[in-house]
Design a protein around this ligand. Structure first.
Ligand code: ADP
Length: 495
């Protein structure tokens, strides 16, 4: 280990000499100066490990010289021990106030002097190591492309990396960057982040849009607790991953899928149109076998069209393209039409399909095409998952809105199963076992459509006895509330 260099500043030659002998004897290198100004210059030139300085010197005294040394960034961290003849409390306090590390009486025992010097050097090395570690950590975090802010439990920023500075306009030199709330946009997501920090919770996968320099960036936020020595909880690290490009790609992909699905609709319609034309005899007589084959083409075309429609609807809804084309219409009329269209499907399975409206006409505001789609999905399911008995559709006014109920006498489902059926691509095991065809998209679409109408859909069911799906729609949807999440549209029976 290299020897430590000590700068001794004293106007008395005999004291300088005495100190030099003691220090050299204890393996220190020594520089001597006889006045404050020369001491400051020597400190700037040699950057010693420690300065022993006389308090009382003519012109620039030890206190003045120390004040200067504690101001310069180059010398600020060199420990200074001031030497005096008398124990003057006032001077002692002043010295400590400007950052001097020790205050020593000249008559001190040699051994104690060396022990104090060793203590100060140990402390200096320790401090330098901490600063080095901190710089290393800061350097490491600066290389992260993610923005990182370390905050205390009141969300006051204690540290941030370069990426955070660039993205949120923080000034790296400013140690007190302020509260995290001030750097983030005013929105629900920011509230959620701050709340998680304050409540000492971790947070994952929250998306936040930040507008800066005329552009919008989307960040995926995670909040992690920060602990010192695995015990002391000092706050949280908030990570901001820029996912703008990812989101853009997702949107492009969704648009591409939607375009392909759209393009598929036309050829399917043409195939079905021609098969139906031939089937209804418009092109002349057809044989029994031709009729059978054509019916196969038409019914499979129908399945294909429904699949494409579901697919289109899901990609539209998932990408928040739920634009309701709302107008006033008669719900009873719409259900009648829907039931009529599905009657053949029910009859093919020898199931009864009834519609019992409570009133002749119930006018509501909504997107009749989308609501028809939702009704078809629910009634078709009722037919699909029922082997005996029948399906009853009812419609009545309820609590300032309307309620549509679709009951079946089918396979039903358990409490647990009820919780999952409204998720995309979710199918129950027994549907798979019974080889009943489906995509698991139908009810996800229903959920999105009903949500867009600010309504609620739920199911009550008893296994092997049957299910009832309830759709509750408010009378006149409030357009300002169409931003709620689709999950709000699903109620469990427990609600
Ligand atoms: P699928 O295309 O599979 O029918 P859905 O989203 O329409 O997709 O339905 C999801 C799952 O919910 C179905 O696979 C089925 O297991 C269950 N399900 C839906 N409706 C009923 C019903 N009326 N009776 C029993 N199970 C049903």
């Amino acid at each position: 280990m290299s020897r430590s260099l000590i700068l001794v500043v004293d106007d008395s030659k005999s004291i300088r000499e005495k100190l030099r002998l003691i220090l050299v004897d204890n393996d220190f290198d020594v520089i001597l100066r006889d006045n404050g100004e020369a001491g400051v210059l020597a400190a700037l030139e040699y950057y010693p490990d420690l300065i022993l300085m006389d308090y009382n010197m003519p012109e620039m005294n030890g206190l003045k010289a120390s004040r200067m040394l504690k101001k310069y960034p180059q010398t600020r961290s060199i420990p200074i021990a001031l030497f005096t003849d008398t124990e003057d409390i006032k001077n002692k306090v002043k010295s400590f106030e400007i950052g001097v590390e020790d205050y020593i009486l000249k008559g001190i025992d040699h051994k104690e002097l060396i022990a104090r010097i060793s203590g100060l050097l140990y402390w200096k090395n320790d401090r330098e190591r901490i600063i080095r570690d901190k710089d290393k950590l800061a350097g490491l975090l600066d290389n992260f492309s993610d923005a990182v802010a370390i905050v205390d439990n009141a969300a006051e920023i204690m540290f941030f990396n370069r990426s955070a500075a660039d993205r949120f306009g923080l000034v790296p030199e400013v140690i007190k960057a302020g509260n995290l709330r001030k750097v983030l946009p005013e929105c629900e997501e920011t509230d959620e982040i701050i709340m998680a920090v304050e409540e000492r919770r971790e947070l994952e996968e929250l998306e936040l849009e930040v507008e800066r320099n005329g552009g919008v960036r989307i960040y995926r936020i995670s909040v992690r607790r920060v602990q010192l020595d695995y015990t002391e909880d000092i706050g949280a690290a908030v990570f901001f991953s820029d996912i703008t490009a990812e989101k853009e790609a997702e949107k492009l992909k969704a648009e591409f899928h939607s375009m392909i699905a759209h393009e598929m609709r036309t050829p399917i319609s043409v195939i079905m149109g021609y098969s139906n034309l031939i089937l209804d005899g418009s092109t002349g007589e057809i044989s029994g076998m031709q009729q059978e084959f054509l019916e196969g083409i038409a019914s499979n075309g129908d399945v294909l069209r429904k699949l494409v429609d579901d697919f289109l609807e899901v990609s539209r809804l998932e990408n928040k393209f739920v634009n309701l084309d709302a107008a006033e219409f008669d719900l009873v009329e719409l259900i009648e039409k829907t039931v009529k269209g599905l009657r053949l499907l029910a009859e093919n399975k020898d199931l009864e399909l009834q519609f019992n409206p409570e009133e002749e006409s119930i006018r509501i505001n909504g997107d009749s095409d989308k609501l028809e789609h939702a009704l078809i999905n629910i009634i078709e399911n009722a037919i699909k998952y029922t082997e005996e008995g029948g399906i009853t559709v009812e419609c009545s006014r309820r609590d300032g809105g309307v309620e549509v109920r679709v009951s079946d006498t089918g396979i039903g489902m358990s409490e647990e199963e009820k919780g999952t059926i409204f998720n995309s691509f979710e199918r129950l095991e027994k549907a798979e076992k019974k080889k009943i065809k489906g995509t698991g998209l139908g009810l996800a679409i229903v959920k999105e459509i009903i949500n867009a109408h600010q309504g609620v859909v739920r199911v009550e069911s008893v296994e092997s006895e049957g299910s009832t799906f309830y759709i509750n729609l408010p009378d006149l949807p409030d357009p300002d509330r169409s931003d709620r999440t689709a999950d709000e549209a699903v109620q469990t029976a427990a609600d």
